[in-house]
Design a protein around this ligand. Sequence first.
Ligand SMILES: Nc1ncnc2c1ncn2[C@@H]1O[C@H](COP(=O)(O)OP(=O)(O)OP(=O)(O)O)[C@@H](O)[C@H]1O
Ligand SMILES: [Mg+2]
Length: 461
Amino acid sequence: MLGKILAIDDEIDMLSLLKRIIEGKTDYEVTVTPEPKRAIRLIQDTYFDLVLLDLKMPGMSGMEVLRKIKEIEPDTAVIIITAYGTIESAVEAMKIGAIDFITKPFKPEQILLTIQRTMDLQKLKRENKALKEELAKEKEADFIIGKSKVMQSIYRYILQVAKTSATVVISGESGTGKELVARALHHHSLRSSKPFVPVNCSAIPETLIESEFFGHVRGAFSGAIRDKIGLVEEANGGTLFLDEVSDLNLLMQTKLLRFLQDGEFRPVGSTKNKRADIRIIAATNRDLLELVKQGRFREDLYYRLNVISIHLPPLRDRREDIPILAHYFLEKYAKANKKSVKGFSQAAMSKLITRDWSGNIRELQNVIERAVIICQGEYIQASEIDPLTSLQSESSKEIWDIPLKKAKRRILVDFYHQYLTYVLRQCKGNVSEAAKICGVKRQYLHRLMKIANLKSSSFRE
Ligand SMILES: Nc1ncnc2c1ncn2[C@@H]1O[C@H](COP(=O)(O)OP(=O)(O)OP(=O)(O)O)[C@@H](O)[C@H]1O
Ligand SMILES: [Mg+2]
């Protein structure tokens, strides 16, 4: 992955020198600005791995900028560059969170070395963070909740087939738990100590897909400056999860089939084949067989993948699972938000059970998360379940008999009240933060709060 660097210095010459040195010798992308205020805006909009910061600038001091950067994006590394760099100011900067400093004038090799060291560290940190997130997901792997007959038999089936190396196709609408099932299969397999590598086949551009899967060697194409390991090799010994497999193009389908047949693949630009031992689990929310009939999915690949198939029914076809799932999510979000919500009122539960749930379990999870956040008492009320949709039905009774302008205002006031209550609860009455979430200016938010009769102090804890 390329890295992004931002250089801030009031001397334009220094900026162009830095850009030339770094872009000439590395593949990092360098953005420069002499304007501290603009730099802050850039950092708010884009993630930079590293900021090179001049300590002495007119307008805003380097220390101030450093503090701001650490506030906005603590993960961004900052290297101080200064001509007036006394040890004291450098030490102070390091206390605030700068990772290193360098004094002007400097030799190109010297600054490149410092940059490279920092960028390597950043990469390591990023990988560790990803690993931690991955681990948290692994731990969740087994929490497949559901007491319906169909979920029980799916769970038994998972335990039965997990230990084999057979490929599996998991089908089901969006949000039905396909990835969760894939993780559970990996978790219960003999490969569980090896990686589980998820790939969203629809998210990779066609031109990169072969190299993403199989890797490439240096010089394979312009931009391939070093050898790169592909996902297949990364997953070696473990499981490769092909999400949205129907989105693979026909050429990639052919290459994947070849790999599945003999366990060998060839990195782009290489002359040698490599081997990898992986189990493939594929997921789709389309009817693969129908795509086969239309000539958009290879029939031989379909049969090669579909050794075992698991179909997850939509939530509306297993409504008996809704109460237990709702409680599971309630506990999870009550804990996460430190709220003592104990359960659902009867009306709330029947609303949950009868709702459409076109977004399936993911939608249920989101609705419960919001309900927990806005819940005022110990039990979630029907009006707290998806307040914005209930708004129409609840106010609609009275609005038909009043003039349009008044009706519109009533709906709007209701809407502001519920929307802002939700946002303000999230940020505990901090209006600046709430304005940021809403994407409006603070003053405007204050005006809306007045219309909705809300006070920020009622949200402080
Ligand atoms: N049976 C279940 N028990 C508990 N949580 C579940 C269950 N099924 C799904 N979830 C949760 O619902 C969310 C959506 O599930 P998942 O990502 O596995 O769905 P998906 O079928 O892969 O969706 P998509 O097709 O949109 O990618 C996840 O947060 C998952 O943990
Ligand atoms: Mg998914």
